[in-house]
Design a protein around this ligand. Structure first.
Ligand code: DAH
Length: 344
């Protein structure tokens, strides 16, 4: 019995030593110390031993069991440590690796320019409004003093959808829409940025689709000098303090009198160069005093109210400010062009 126990101890310790995983080790524990294991069996058979043998074998059996248990525990701790070690190795992050650059986008130049224009006019008390791009013939033309057979309609070749619906050729219809909404008895101070469409052949300065910003101020006693003051502020903030503006007589069916507004040329300071076609001035927008007929159709009494209006093209303004030489750059989306204007 003694030898059997010593053999069992040796055998168990050998197997513990050889166990490579925690599962192997558990098998060894069950095999030797489990309820059906050989040591339990020896202890169970103690009844058959003589009174002298019993305490000797009992003590030995307990010693063997505790020796195996200790060995099992030590090996278990070792294997657990090895598992942890391996896990740590597998999950190691090399914090010294340089990061991968994440490309960051930015607003399109045109978006930035429109936002800048909006900010400047909001600062002068204007609200920003919107109107539909698919517009009725009435708002796009008639309500702006351009009846059906008016020759000035030809200057804005249009994309008609039906007889009465078209892609708006200008943002001016939002003037008429706003007047209708304000019901002829409230003052209006609004700008409206948006897309417009014309049947033009695309080239460096023409596009079938471009952007406009409309402006409208209607109140009692609005005068041409108010228009000049507002636009002067805009030009000085947008293009620079040193820029001057001048008004030139012009014609638009919805304003009377009508003007075209020029800014002094940045390059030659008014002396004349190729950018300003030797005139010293560059045209940037159209405007004038709202035509009495337009006020009347909008529900405003021209005897009581007066107003000014203007319209500008952000593409043209961006081209002048940033030296862009072709309007097509705005929508061909060449990333090399767009990137130059990303602000951090
Ligand atoms: N709608 C005009 C155009 O597209 C621009 C314009 C001129 C707008 C004079 C106005 C204005 O409001 O008063 O050519």
């Amino acid at each position: 019995m003694k030898e059997r126990l010593q053999e069992l101890e040796q055998e168990a310790l050998n197997q513990v030593e050889q166990a490579k995983t925690l599962a192997d080790l558990d098998k060894v524990r069950v095999a030797f110390l489990g309820k059906k294991g050989p040591i339990t069996e020896v202890l169970r058979g103690m009844g058959k031993l003589s009174a002298e043998e019993r305490p000797v074998i009992g003590e030995l059996a307990n010693k063997v069991r505790s020796a195996i248990t200790t060995e099992l525990e030590q090996k278990k701790a070792k294997l657990e440590l090895a598992v942890l070690d391996q896990q740590l190795k597998a999950e190691t992050i090399d914090v010294t690796l340089p990061g991968r650059p994440v490309p960051v986008g930015g607003p399109h130049l045109l978006t930035s320019v429109v936002r800048e224009i909006e900010d400047l006019f909001i600062g002068m008390g204007f609200e920003v409004r919107e109107g539909p791009e698919v517009e009725t013939d009435y708002y796009n033309f008639e309500a702006l003093n351009l009846p059906k057979d008016h020759p000035a309609r030809d200057t804005q070749d249009s994309f008609y959808i039906t007889e009465e619906l078209l892609l708006r050729t200008q943002t001016s219809p939002v003037q008429a829409r706003t007047m209708n909404e304000y019901k002829g008895n409230q003052s209006i101070k609004m700008i409206c940025p948006g897309k417009v469409y014309r049947r033009d052949t695309d080239d460096a300065t023409h596009s079938h689709q471009f952007t406009q910003v409309e402006g409208l101020y209607v109140d009692k006693n609005v005068r041409m000098s108010d228009l000049k003051g507002v636009l002067n502020q805009f030009v000085k903030h947008f293009f620079g303090e040193e820029r001057e503006i001048r008004f030139r007589p012009s014609f638009f069916p919805f304003t009377e009198p009508s003007v075209e507004i020029d800014i002094s040329c940045k390059l030659c300071h008014g002396k004349g160069c190729s950018v300003c076609k030797q005139t010293g001035w560059i045209e940037i927008l159209g405007g004038g005093m709202v035509h009495p007929e337009v006020l009347r159709m909008g529900g405003y009494d021209p005897e009581v109210y007066s107003g000014f209006a203007f319209g500008m093209g952000p593409e043209r303004i961006a081209m002048l400010k940033y030296g862009v030489d072709d309007i097509r750059h705005f929508y061909t989306n060449d990333i090399r062009f767009l990137k130059q204007y990303h602000q951090a």
